[in-house]
Write a protein that binds this ligand. Sequence first.
Ligand code: BGC
Length: 822
Amino acid sequence: MTSAEALTAPDELDRLLGKLTLQQKIRLLSGDGTFRTPAEPAIGLRAMVFSDGPVGVRGEHWDERDTALALPSPTALAATWDDGLVRRLGGLLAAEARRKGVDVLLAPTLNLHRSPAAGRHFECFSEDPLLTARMGAALIGGVQDGGVAATAKHYTVNDSETERLTLDARIDPSTLHAVYLAPFEAAVAAGVWVVMAAYNRVNGVAMAESPLLTDPLKESWGFDGVVVSDWGAVTSTVASARAALDLAMPGPHPEWGEALLRAVQDGRVPQAVIDAKVRRILLLAARVGALGAGSSAAPPPAPAPHTARALLRHAVAAGTVLLRNEGSLLPLDATGLRRVAVLGPNAATARVQGGGSAGVFTGHCVSPLAGIRRALPARVEVVHAPGPVPYARPAPLHTGNARDPLTGEPGVRLRYLDATGAQVHTEHRLSGRILEPVAPGADLTGATAVEVTALVTPDTTGPWRLGVVGLGQVVLEADGRRLIDEHVAPESADPTYLHVAPSYRTAAWEAEAGRELTVRAQRQLEPGTGQVIALTADPPPADDQTALAHAVGLARTADVAIVVVGTTDEIESEGFDRTTLALPGSQDELVTAVAAANPRTVVIVNSGGPVELPWHEEIPALLLGWFPGQEAGDGLADVLLGAAEPGGRLPTTWAVRTEDVPVLDTAPVDAVLAYTEGPYIGYRAWRRTGRRPAYWFGHGLGYTTWAYESLTADGPVHPELGLTVRVRVRNTGPRAGREVVQIYVSEDGGPDPADRRLAGYATVRAEPGESVTVPVRLPARAFQHWSPQTRRRHVEPGGFHIHAGPSVADTPLREHCEGGPT
Ligand code: BGC
């Protein structure tokens, strides 16, 4: 028996438990700070460190110097339909976690794309439960193989942000089990060590107090790990403690400290309930090496930077979806190019991730413009213009445009002040946006205000915009002149709003090119206003018509125009939902004007989730790059120039216009968000309503073509094993390629004849002319319904149609099979 096995043995856990007093046990049930659990030296338990997830491992602190590898957004990972690749990326996350001393990664996010307007859409995999389940299981496997716990979050029905802390999702039990719980069940089957209970309520009960934590999670599915609350989700003592929640974060927690101790002492919470929670926390600690001898084990070596970057670059191409390629414009043949125009607001500034707790500080990061420049031969001239700037929120100062007034180094000076204005603590920082002090031993006792100061040298003359981000009494000064002195009240109590994106104020400043000025922002640290402060300074943007004319002029003179449009981490973020899917600003106008000026126009959409595509039939080539992670530019250039095939297939259906979307609304009415559509979300909703999207779930072109030749299904469906079908496809195009063979099932005599569900998929590779037969396993679950009467899943009586093809709407092959016994 290894030492890890010995520690996780039930007897050993009981022995350790027996050494703890009730006080010691209760201390272990909530955090010791924001992202850490308490140590208990009496039993050889060290603190466990938690970190978000899912695009990278931010680490315990919000410190811009502590950079992280940034993966493509989960939407992009799901677009790969490549379980093996996602597992390898999970391994990379584990290595990052170990490098940063993180034991528990707060990922994957397993909520569904119920509405494309949902703020965290980019952070979830898909509208389909089976694809989400497989991607989640693959990521969990990769992370946990590296000895780091993964966290399946947010359990459950937490699919939008509006009123997210309080909304009550009303959902019928069959839909809950068949659709929204399915990815979590798969996560438990994959052996996940942590599950996070969501903020919201489901059918009237807060998830931190929900019976769903007991059953199905711990009882029917046999989850043996820790249920952690979402951050700040515990608002009760007895109800949450008696539910199957194990760990309240962050902490020390007001409801789970002294109050819980008293509740146990006076019998409102049984001692056995506390023991069961502590036991699970000790098991988790043993699993991640935080208990006993394991706690001092050296972490496995991290992959070399070039290996990690090569994998991330491959992932960009693997998730990029080619939606349209008229006249085979792509891949571009570099030999015929003399001048390439790279246009759009997202071309030169890499927009690699969405916003909120998922955010990481990137180090190395390749913009589309930089990647395309690097990939083209030196003789090809690459010209760039952003077009009209669509983004309103000012950008924080950084090392490229600010200096610390104390040391002169690139960056800013951060100071915490007491009520008399005396300095309590100071640090040099690399960003004008500060989320917390990070110098070792920073002691803020007595601090009542935070201040950021920088030297800024405008490079243009004109009306610059200076700004301060933060709440409470805020002050902004330039060269000692007070420009803002205002009380900014919080607009929301949501921790993400307070922590990541609080309100900002700006003021105009007549700048003179080359003349340095001192800019100072300060805010009072009033209770309930969070910690964030940011100091910003932006040059004036060109007016929209001038910027548009410049971009179109460049397009006209180029052999090919590549337009990178999209969103940012401020438009797609945790904490709020979008109210429209339209591209911000005049980006639609930019695309149509460029396409009119140059018939060889390629559009790359750089967003985490769907945006409107009103012009999609007017342009020859359209790629979705998602939020592609740090290697964005190199990966996209590989696809554009044919070094890699675009591997992506849509994990979610894309509308032409917002108003076409069948399930869009995320606003609760009187605190209730009714899932009245039942199981019909995503492509199932589109098919049911008979509406036509721009591109269906599963769609995506490669650089070759495929014929679907045969499908065999040897029914009947086995009640536990499901069914395996075989599909033969032939590569009918000019180059080797990879195809994602998708299988959908529909029921004989089901309630909706148009309805079908993804039941399985497999990938094939073939040379030109080659045909390949691929087995596709369809799990029993794909044929089952959950019955509220028996509280079990059953294979429906009657038969099934099996459909095979390259998307939900294009299934050239069809077979029939019997349902078989239940
Ligand atoms: C988010 C979680 C996140 C946690 C810790 C919450 O606001 O909903 O996804 O893991 O914060 O940052």
